[in-house]
Every structure is written in C-alpha cells, then in structure tokens.
Design a protein around this ligand. Structure first.
Ligand SMILES: [Zn+2]
Length: 467
C-alpha cells in the first residue's frame, strides 16, 4: 500500500547514497523502516548537514545529480500516520528529474547526462563495496576496479570493466554497475564482448528501485537479459555479505508482466552461469511446459476416438467426430477446409505417435497396429501427396528429439525419398507447421526451444541425448 503510494509519486527522490553507512537506501527501504529507525537516520543526516563530524551525508542517487537530500515526512491515511521520504535540500537537484519542480522527463535528463559521461558518487560507492566484499570470500584471488583493460579481438574495441574479480574455481567475473543512462547498444555490446571472453557478466542496478513501475527502458533490457532477475547491492545485501564472508546480492524476481514477485538475498556462487546469456538466480522466463502438454490432450483424445470408431482406417468424413471437432477448435488459427483438416489430423497423428515413442511409451495413433514407430513412420511416408509433404517437418522432429537415437536408420532413407518426391514441403509459416509449432513448441518453436535449453528445462523426450 505504502510502497504503491511512493511509487505513484513520479517526482520524488527514489534513492539516496548515505555515507559513510548504510550506503544505498531506496525510497522503498526507507518507508519500510520502523519509525524510530528512520527518525534516527533523519536526525543524523541533519546533524551531518549542520557540521557534526559524526553525522551522515546523504545524496540523491539519480546518476549525476548528487544533490544533497534529507528525510522529510508526510501524514497519510487513517490516524494520520507519518511516512518518510527523501527530498532534495532547498536549491539542490534543480536539474534532477526526481525534483518536484523538474520539467525534464527522466529520459531527457539521462540523455543530457550521457553527453557529460559523469560517474556518480553512488556508482563509485557500489564499485568500492563490491571490491571490498569479494575479498572476504576464502576463494578470493584478485579484484580490480575500472583499472585493467580487457583487450578486444581483432577490430573490436576493448573494455574497462567496472569491477572484475577472480575466485578459485570460478571463471573471471565482471560486475558492471548499471547507471540508468547506460544505453541499449552498450548493454548489448558488453554482453557479447564478455561472453566472447568467457567472462560471466552481472549488471548491478542502482539509482532505481526495481519494484517501481516507471523503470527506464535500459534497466528493463538488463533485467530481461538476466532472465527477469534484477540484481542490486543494497544495505541488506551488504550486511549479509559481511556476515557470510562472500558476495551476496539482492535479487528481485520479476514475472512476465514485470512485477516483482519475490525478493531473495542470493550468494554469488549460487547463481547459474549459462553458456549463452547472462547469469541468473532463477529463470523467470521459462515457458510453461504444463500448458504445452495441456494443448495436446484434446488431440490425443480425438485420435483415440478416431481409432476406436474406424479401427485405425479413417477418412475425411470422420473429421465430423465430436472429439475431432473439439480438437480443431483449440487451434489458435482455424482450419476450415475439410481436406486440410484431414491432412493436418494425419500429421498430428503421426507426430503424437512419434512423441509416444520418444517418451518411451510407444502408442500407434495413426494405424490399426503398427509394431513399432519406425514401421508406422515408414508406412506414413510411403503415401504420396500431403503426407510426403510433411517429411521435412518430421525430420525436424526426429533430429530434435530422443527419436534421433531410437528409430531405425531406414527412416532417414524414407524421409529423403519423400522430400525428393514432394518438393513442396510443409515449412515454417505454412499453416500446418505453425499449428504444429503451437502444439509441440518444445520441438518446433525455435525461441521456446532455446529458452528451455538454456534453462536446462528441455524435457528428455525433446532432447537428442537419449533418455
Ligand atoms: Zn536528484
């Protein structure tokens, strides 16, 4: 409730760097503090402003602003409870988009900033904290801040990573502290660069609160590349790192609608380091395999009903069977023509039969009773016309599944012969192929398949390695 109220304030300071401690405090952290805690913070910031050497200094975290801030408060709701928020001191932060009188949008301010190439105090603070914390781990070997140039390959320019460090048993890792003025091409280039070097790259966000609605698009890009994980180094993560003597980050997990659904403190060594793409704690973009399975159920029902009604010898006229009509009704794009429906149902029948074999429970859903999947497929491909036109799609299924190791070598010959007899093959963007991609995305939808592979969530039957 309170968090939403703060988030809805467009022009409010969303984070402060408070030195010498606690460092970065977001507006959400502040509002979550018990009243005596935020009042103590407020007092020490006031003291510091008034010259007390034991006081604190607090600066706005909008990159490049650095204007001094204080903890203000306002009454709200029933009982007029009081809530704290950060505000720029009078005369400070006038060019800052978080200033209430600012006319700049955050994007305009960032664009102006980018020209000046400023490094904010908060940025330096986070780099220094990362440096300090990675040293606490017993596996620590080396760390450097913004110092060593990582050379590019021929024609490619090199990089100065914000923080690079090495722990025993880990590849050399890079942390880039993400400023909200880092632009998209730079984010993409760095990802490609470090991936090429075999150096895992973690973007540590700062200057914004991932729970806010109005995240700059560059932050959204970074979060997406981390599989909808957003990493930050806040007070809580710093305290946890100190007590466990290793690097611990705050990790916000976002759902596909980009709402934060869980927040964890995660050890750096508990992250997953995929071969392709950036590290993550949990892949929040994994496709929902259960929903794919559910798409196929009405089709399996329809095929069983067809077989029962026709003893495995079905024709176009059988497409009127209620279960078959229901199955066709589930497709995202309707298929009206009766001949098309018959040909597509044959393709689905062959596909489901092959999937049953791939999953280790062979079931003939095309014919009366073929002894095995190889026999069923070879028979299917021997019939000219529309069935042979599906040979290439079936080859994709065989190549991308456990069938690659299960079917007899003769199927390759039958597939090749069918392709040569029927040059007009069912390919991507053909209505049959697209409907098949929807039914079995684990195999036919390239994007879904890649995500599952990276998340190590590809089902065994859809992997080439045998079960
Ligand atoms: Zn500011």
């Amino acid at each position: 409730m309170v968090t939403d109220d703060i988030a809805s304030l467009k022009r409010t300071v969303k984070g402060a760097l408070i030195l010498p401690a606690p460092g970065v405090v977001s507006s959400v952290d502040l509002v979550a503090m018990p009243e005596d805690q935020w009042r103590a913070l407020r007092n020490r910031i006031s003291d510091g402003h008034n010259g007390d050497p034991n006081g604190l200094e607090a600066q706005c975290m909008f990159p490049g602003c650095g204007g001094h801030v204080y903890v203000s408060e306002r009454a709200k709701g029933k009982g007029r409870r009081r809530y704290p928020y950060f505000a720029h001191r009078q005369g400070e932060g006038l060019g800052c988009p978080w200033h209430p009188r600012s006319k700049l949008t955050a994007d305009e301010a960032r664009a102006a900033q980018y020209q000046g190439n400023q490094v904010s105090a908060a940025h330096e603070f986070i780099c220094a904290e990362l440096d300090r914390l990675v040293r606490r781990d017993v596996r620590f070997q080396a760390v450097e801040i913004d110092r060593t140039y990582v050379a590019g390959d021929q024609g490619q320019r090199g990089r100065y990573p914000d923080v690079r460090f090495r722990w025993e048993g880990f590849p050399e890792c890079v942390c880039e502290v993400q400023l909200s003025n880092t632009f998209q091409p730079e984010i993409s280039e760095r990802g490609i660069f470090y991936e090429g070097k075999g150096m895992p790259l973690i973007w540590v966000l700062h200057g914004v609160e991932p729970r806010l609605d109005n995240l700059p698009s560059s932050f959204r890009d970074v979060i997406l590349r981390h599989k909808n994980n957003a990493f930050a180094l806040d007070r809580e993560a710093i305290a946890a790192s100190e007590s466990e003597n290793t690097l611990i980050l705050k990790c916000f997990l976002l759902d596909k609608g980009r709402s934060v659904v869980e927040t964890h403190l995660v050890r750096f060594d508990a992250l997953r380091f995929p071969n392709r793409g950036l590290p993550y704690f949990r892949n929040m973009l994994l496709p929902d395999i259960g929903s794919f399975r559910a798409r196929r159920l009405p089709w399996i029902d329809a095929l069983k009903a067809l077989k029962e009604a026709t003893d495995g010898n079905w024709y176009t006229s059988n497409m009127a069977l209620p279960q078959v009509v229901r199955a066709f009704d589930t497709l995202p794009r309707p298929m009206a023509d009766a001949e098309d429906r018959y040909d597509f149902a044959r393709l689905v029948a062959m596909t489901m039969t092959l999937l049953s074999e791939a999953g280790g429970r062979y079931q003939d859903l095309v014919y009366r009773q073929m002894p095995n999947a190889t026999a069923a497929l070879n028979t299917f491909l021997s019939r000219g016309g529309p069935q042979q036109a599906c040979a290439e799609a079936i080859r994709t299924l065989v190549d991308r599944s456990a069938l690659a190791n299960k079917l007899k070598p003769t199927v390759r010959e039958h597939i090749m012969r069918a392709i040569s007899l029927e040059p007009e093959q069912v390919r991507p963007r053909h209505p049959f192929y697209d409907a098949l991609s929807w039914l079995v995305p684990e195999v036919f939808d390239d994007v879904v398949r890649e995500e599952l592979e990276l998340g190590e969530a590809l089902p065994g039957w859809a992997s080439v390695r045998s079960l």
